[in-house]
Design a protein around this ligand. Structure first.
Ligand SMILES: [Zn+2]
Length: 462
């Protein structure tokens, strides 16, 4: 059965045109004005933008952390994503120290199986290269895990040393994968944290005050320098500060293939949130932390001028009542992470497009097309063109929506953006040709989402 989207305005990363979109099964067959209906199921998109489904390339569903697990699993998390217009995500499998990466991949495939409602890829978090790590990386690339994440923070948990980072970067120079870096100087931060705790500074705000922006900038600088020596591109995840951004911009100005993402929380919220009374600051404890207000306009400018290429969410929800509370007497025990998978497009559209910080095409690029390219999914994902998967959002630029934990679909008891009123929202969401959300109604099915085998030598290599 064919579907024809009529009378809409097709918006891609490069063009805005009045055109119809003909879908054949799971795939877009044709995009042009005046396609005859010829028996197709017609969807009227008058007054709507027809955009490629959002791609969130940084999520943590069903993730163990500090004795608890992130509150959304692959079913609730991908369903919430779909409500907000996101039709693909890339989550993180975590290699436990001393184990093979294949074990982690199997574990995360099992977490997603029968649950995922939209297509999903996986990055591999490398905690240990051991004897077989470099071989394992090649094996993962063959399985479509075309990117790896390494931590320069969290000593004794996830942090790896510079030798490991450099070896991993060097391996990608051969196998074409992309290294993603959590860039913060964890050793220095741990000393500052220990001092704060010794002085009795245990409230949530000290999570932010013990992680200076220079510790982020230093690690970004070091990651980029190592990538240059290895002859490989590098991608900085969740960049949060002007200090760190300056490092990326300086490298890109020299022609170095350094890439970076930021997240809505770093563009819209600042350190004051952590000072909320009654321990509510814990709702805003994630890493890197929220920064001083003066960073926000710099990050917006960075997005506009392509010093930053992607907006992801780092969605990693923990409930306030029974999970965040674990750190009531010690901020170091607060599970690190916040919810956001559902609200990314709404926030970027409202605060980006409506407030003239981003063009409509740039909005599509940073939320869909750029992550598709960088992470080896393009042009199957992130594009409205013949041959691409029919992952399509009919976006209503005039829909007014109030973000609230009372109505959101994420399985978490608070919103970081409670009460924010945004204009612009997904009306109809299609994943591989199937309408899974329509006017706030869930029509999808758990388990329909497929694993995305991603290609090496994606956009970061071109
Ligand atoms: Zn993360």
């Amino acid at each position: 059965m064919n579907t024809l989207i009529q009378n809409g305005t097709v918006v891609t990363s490069t063009s805005t045109t009045k055109a119809d979109v003909l879908i054949d099964g799971e795939t877009i067959r044709e995009v042009r004005a005046g396609i005859p209906a010829a028996g197709a199921n017609v969807i009227d998109a008058t007054g709507l933008y027809v955009i490629p489904g959002g791609i969130d390339c940084h999520t943590h569903l069903d993730m163990p952390f500090g004795g608890t697990t992130s509150a959304d699993d692959f079913e609730t998390g991908t369903r919430a994503a779909a409500f907000g217009g996101t039709t693909s995500l890339v989550d993180f499998a975590i290699q436990a120290r001393g184990t093979r990466m294949r074990d982690a991949l199997d574990t995360w495939w099992k977490k997603a199986e029968g649950r995922a409602c939209i297509d999903y890829g996986l990055h591999m978090i490398v905690t240990d290269l051991g004897q077989c790590g470099l071989e394992d990386m090649d094996d993962m690339v063959r399985e479509g895990v075309a990117s790896f994440k390494l931590f320069m923070a969290y000593p004794n948990v996830l942090m790896v040393d510079d030798a490991t980072i450099f070896k991993a970067l060097s391996q990608t120079a051969k196998n074409g994968a992309l290294i993603c870096m959590h860039a913060e100087n964890g050793s220095v931060i741990d000393v500052i944290v220990a001092r704060a705790i010794a002085e009795g500074k245990t409230a949530p705000v000290y999570h932010a005050l013990t992680r200076p922006t220079r510790a982020e900038a230093e690690a970004v600088h070091r990651a980029i320098a190592m990538s240059e020596i290895a002859g490989a591109p590098v991608y900085i995840v969740h960049l949060s500060s002007e200090d760190a951004l300056n490092q990326v911009r300086e490298a890109r100005d020299r022609g170095v293939p350094a890439f970076a993402e930021t997240c809505p929380q770093y563009l819209l919220l600042s350190i004051e949130e952590l000072e909320r009374p009654n321990f509510e600051g814990a709702k805003y404890v994630f890493t890197p932390p929220l920064r001083e207000k003066q960073n926000l306009p710099k990050l917006w400018k960075g997005l506009k001028h392509d010093h930053l290429q992607v907006v992801s969410t780092d969605h990693c929800p923990f409930c306030f009542e029974d999970q965040k509370i674990l750190g009531k007497d010690d901020f170091t025990k607060i599970p690190n992470g916040g919810p956001g998978i559902e609200n990314r497009l709404q926030l970027m559209y409202h605060y980006g497009v409506n407030q003239d910080q981003l063009s409509l095409n740039r909005f599509v690029e940073i939320t869909s097309t750029a992550p598709a390219r960088i992470f080896g999914m393009y042009p199957r994902k992130g594009e409205i063109a013949a041959g691409s998967d029919a992952d399509i959002v009919l976006w209503d630029p005039n829909a007014v929506y109030t973000i609230s934990a009372k109505t959101h679909h994420m399985r978490v008891d608070y919103s970081m953006f409670e009460g924010y009123e945004v204009t612009g929202n997904a009306r109809t969401v299609m994943s591989r040709g199937e309408v899974i959300v329509d006017r706030g109604q869930w029509l999808g099915k758990a388990g329909r989402g497929r694993y995305l085998r991603r290609a090496a030598r994606g956009g970061a290599w071109k």
